[in-house]
Design a protein around this ligand. Sequence first.
Ligand code: IMP
Ligand code: MG
Length: 176
Amino acid sequence: MIQLHDKQFVPFLSAQEIAHAITKMTAQVEADFKDEVPVFIGVLNGSFMVASDFMKSYKGACELSFVKMASYEGTSSTNDVKELIGINQDLSGRSVVIIEDIVDTGNTIEELHRIFNKQNVKQLKVATLFFKPEAYKKDFPIDYVGIRIPNKFIVGFGLDYDGLGRNLPEVYKLKE
Ligand code: IMP
Ligand code: MG
């Protein structure tokens, strides 16, 4: 068990289970983008570890950039998603694959669709390591999912609780 701020967390997913989920996603994306050079867009802060492992296992030609978004306060999502760092690259006509650590309510994905549609991209796909289907409130397809999880708050592998826990190589869930 680990303690972060005022809360306790128990082990949930091992580093090996996470690695397996990422290589599964990478293989699917690779198969879909054989004939082009996709631009992967990691969503900071949470997705830095996923983006890194995803890139290392992706065999084809690809590019990587990041955007920074924030919506979470404590352990719940707010409706107000803010773009903190944007893209300064021409993406018109490009295939863009968003790389997320986790899709929860979908507010962040909705905001990303708004941002990238303005850029006239060829297509916009979403790859996420974790997905909470019970919490998802939008209709945008989530094209590549590593692991579906119940509607529980988790930390580790890039995900934080008020800043802490991002460095954990495995994933923990809030103790009930
Ligand atoms: P959404 O906008 O509600 O879909 O939430 C997306 C963002 O909220 C993710 O990219 C994470 O940064 C954060 N988030 C959602 N669920 C969790 C969680 O269980 N633990 C930590 N951060 C989370
Ligand atoms: Mg995130």
